[in-house]
Design a binder for this molecule. Structure first.
Ligand SMILES: Cc1ncc(COP(=O)(O)O)c(C=O)c1O
Length: 563
C-alpha cells in the first residue's frame, strides 16, 4: 500500500516536472524568438517610454549637441535663422492657418510634435512652423495655400499610386454612376458585384468583405482567424504596422498591454520554432513593407537621433522567408494573413502574393483600392470568411459597420479596379522594379558624387533615406527638402512614396532638388564629422541626459511633497 502510494506520488512528481520542463522550454523558445531591440519587447518598451522625461535643448545646446566647435554651431545658428526667414515668407499663409487650427485639431498637434527628436522640438517649431494645409494637387505635385507647388513625395500615406488626377476622375465618374442611389446604406449598389469578382480574381481567393479602413480590415481578419481556429494569439513581426487597433499595436502608443499578441522576430528560425510548438497561435500577420527594413519600426524622423537607420531590400531572401512561413502555417493550421493595405497594387497587379510568389489564407487591402476614398477589404478562403456556424447558430463572428460598402466608395473602387484591367495599367507594371531601382541608384550616384552622407534604399517606388555618417541632425534634411520644393509626410525622410505617374523628367527634377537640399545642409555644418562621433556615443549621451533629467524630476517631485 505504502509502496503504491509512493509510486503514485513519484509518478505525479515526474509528470509535474516534465510539464514544467516543457513549459520552461516553450517559454525559453518564445524569449529567443523575440527581437533583441526594444521594439521586440512591447511591455518593456511601454514601461521604459513612461520613464523618458521631457527636456529640451536651449539655444546653445541645440546647435552643438554633438560637441561641434563654436564656429560650426554658429554656422548652424545662421542657417536656421536663414531657413526660418525663408519659411516665414514663403509659407506665410499656410503656416498661419495651421497655427490657427492647431488648438482645435488634436491630430495636428500630434503630428506637429513628432517631426523631430523632442529635445529639438521647441526651437524647430518656432523657427520652422508646420504647414498642414494644401489647396490643390495636380500631376505629381501639391500646392499649398501660398501657391507653392511642390513635388509630392508623401504619396498620401501610400494611397496615391496612380497620380492624384486619376483619383479625382475616379471619384467624379464613380459618383455619377451611383448618384441615383446616393448615400442609401444597407442594400448594395449592383456594381459591388464586379468589385467582388475582380478582387477575387486579383487575390486568387474565394470571398470578399468590405470595411471602412485598413485598421478595421485587419481587426476582422484576425477575429476570423481566432474564430475558426479556436485559438487566442496573433503573431506580428517586430516593427510591423498593421493599423492602430490595440492587439496589433502592443507597444508604445497603446495604453494597455495586448495579452494575446506575440511580437516575434521577422526572418528568424526561432520564430518558426515557436510557430511549430505553440498551440495557441491563430494567425500570423505579415506586412510585406517590412521587407525593406525587417524588424524595424516605421522610420520616422522624430526618432532619428543618430544615423543607425538602415534599410536594404533583398527580394529573394524575403520570398524564401515567406515560403517557409507559409509551410509552417500550413503544417500547423495557422492562418497566414498578408496585410497588403500598404503595398497592395504597388508592387504588382496581383499584390505581394504575386510579387513574392506566396499565397496567403487571408489578404487585407486598403488605401489605393478605394479609388481615393476610405476603404479596407479582406479577401479570403471561403472556410475562413464565414461568420457563423450552420450547426451552432448562436456562435457567430460579428463584423458589421454602418459605412461598409458605401455606394460612393464602391463606385470609386470600381473605377480603380477597372483601370487595373486596361493595357495602360499592364504597361505601368511592366519593368516597374527596374525603373524604380534605376532611379534610386541614379539618385545615390549623384549623392555619392557630391560626397554627401546620405543614400536611399527602396522597395520599388517606396524609398527610405539612410545616413552614412554618425550625426544628431539628420532630421534637419526634411526642412531643406521642403525649401527645395519637395513635400514630405509628417514622418519626414523616413518614407518617400512616389506615385507611378512620375516621369523620368519628374524624377530627375526631384533628384536634383534632393541633392541641392543635402548640399545646402552639408554646407551649413549640420553634418560636421566630429572625430569622436559614433552612433553608440550619441545614444550614450542621450541616455545620460535622460537619466540626469529623470533624477532631477524625481528630486523636484520629492521636494514638493509635504513632509
Ligand atoms: C500595412 C497596414 N495595415 C493597416 C493599416 C491601417 O490602415 P488605415 O490607416 O486605413 O486604418 C496601414 C496604414 O498605414 C498599413 O500600412
Amino acid at each position: 500500500m505504502v509502496a503504491t502510494t509512493l509510486l503514485a506520488f513519484y509518478g505525479m512528481g515526474t509528470a509535474a516536472l516534465a510539464t514544467s520542463v516543457v513549459k520552461l522550454r516553450k517559454r525559453l523558445e518564445l524569449s529567443q524568438a523575440k527581437h533583441k531591440s526594444l521594439a521586440g519587447h512591447s511591455r518593456l518598451s511601454r514601461r521604459i517610454a513612461a520613464l523618458v522625461p521631457y527636456y529640451d535643448y536651449g539655444e546653445d545646446r541645440f546647435f552643438s549637441s554633438d560637441g561641434a566647435p563654436p564656429e560650426v554651431a554658429d554656422r548652424r545658428r545662421q542657417a536656421l535663422a536663414r531657413l526660418s526667414t525663408l519659411y516665414k515668407a514663403r509659407f506665410a499663409e499656410t503656416t498661419a492657418r495651421t497655427a490657427e487650427a492647431r488648438a482645435g485639431i488634436s491630430d495636428l498637434q500630434f503630428t506637429d510634435a513628432y517631426r523631430v527628436p523632442f529635445q529639438y522640438r521647441r526651437l524647430v517649431q518656432d523657427a520652422l512652423p508646420a504647414a498642414g494645409f494644401a489647396q490643390s494637387s495636380d500631376g505629381v505635385t501639391v500646392t499649398d495655400l501660398d501657391g507653392n507647388r511642390c513635388y509630392d513625395l508623401s504619396g498620401s500615406y501610400g494611397v496615391n499610386l496612380l497620380g492624384y488626377d486619376f483619383y479625382k476622375g475616379a471619384i467624379e465618374r464613380g459618383a455619377a454612376r451611383v448618384r441615383e442611389l446616393g448615400p442609401a446604406l444597407g442594400p448594395y449598389h449592383p456594381l459591388i458585384v464586379e468589385n467582388a469578382t475582380l478582387l477575387k480574381r486579383i487575390s486568387g481567393l474565394d470571398e470578399v468583405s468590405f470595411h471602412m479602413s485598413g485598421t478595421e480590415a485587419v481587426m476582422q481578419a484576425v477575429r476570423l482567424a481566432r474564430y475558426h481556429t479556436g485559438r487566442s494569439h496573433l503573431v506580428r513581426f517586430c516593427g510591423a504596422y498593421h493599423g492602430w487597433w490595440g492587439d496589433v499595436q502592443p507597444g508604445i502608443g497603446n495604453p494597455v498591454p495586448a495579452h494575446e499578441t506575440y511580437t516575434l522576430t521577422d526572418m528568424a528560425e526561432a520564430t518558426l520554432r515557436v510557430l511549430r510548438t505553440r498551440r495557441n497561435v491563430a494567425c500570423v500577420l505579415v506586412n510585406p513593407l517590412q521587407a525593406l527594413h525587417p524588424n524595424a519600426s516605421a522610420p520616422s524622423d522624430s526618432s532619428l537621433v543618430d544615423s543607425s537607420r538602415c534599410a536594404h531590400f533583398d527580394k529573394d531572401a524575403y520570398a524564401e522567408w515567406l515560403k517557409r512561413l507559409r509551410q509552417v502555417c500550413t503544417e500547423k493550421n495557422i492562418v497566414l494573413i498578408f496585410d497588403e493595405v500598404f503595398v497592395g497594387f504597388r508592387l504588382a497587379k496581383g499584390g505581394a502574393q504575386d510579387y513574392f510568389g506566396v499565397r496567403a489564407d487571408l489578404v487585407t487591402y486598403g488605401k489605393t483600392l478605394g479609388g481615393g476614398l476610405p476603404i479596407g477589404v479582406i479577401c479570403g478562403r471561403r472556410d475562413l470568411m464565414k461568420r457563423f456556424r450552420d450547426e451552432r447558430p448562436a456562435d457567430i463572428c460579428f463584423a458589421r459597420g454602418t459605412f461598409n460598402a458605401h455606394p460612393y466608395v464602391m463606385a470609386a473602387m470600381n473605377e480603380f479596379l477597372r483601370h487595373l484591367q486596361t493595357p495602360q495599367a499592364d504597361a505601368l507594371y511592366r519593368d516597374l522594379d527596374r525603373i524604380w531601382n534605376d532611379r534610386a541608384q541614379r539618385l545615390n550616384r549623384s549623392l555619392a558624387a557630391a560626397a554627401l552622407p546620405v543614400e536611399v534604399a527602396n522597395l520599388s517606388s517606396i524609398f527610405t533615406v539612410c545616413y552614412t555618417r554618425p550625426s544628431r541632425y539628420n532630421w534637419m534634411l526634411q526642412y531643406y527638402l521642403r525649401a527645395e520644393g519637395l513635400a514630405l509626410s509628417w514622418i519626414g525622410t523616413g518614407r518617400l512614396i512616389f506615385s507611378l505617374n512620375y516621369s523620368d523628367e519628374d524624377f530627375v527634377a526631384v533628384a536634383e532638388r534632393f541633392v541641392a537640399a543635402a548640399k545646402a545642409m552639408q554646407q551649413d555644418g549640420w553634418w560636421w564629422p566630429g572625430p569622436a562621433l559614433t552612433d553608440k556615443a550619441i545614444r550614450r549621451t542621450i541616455m545620460k541626459e535622460m537619466i540626469v533629467h529623470r533624477l532631477h524630476f524625481l528630486g523636484r517631485r520629492r521636494s514638493h511633497q509635504p513632509s
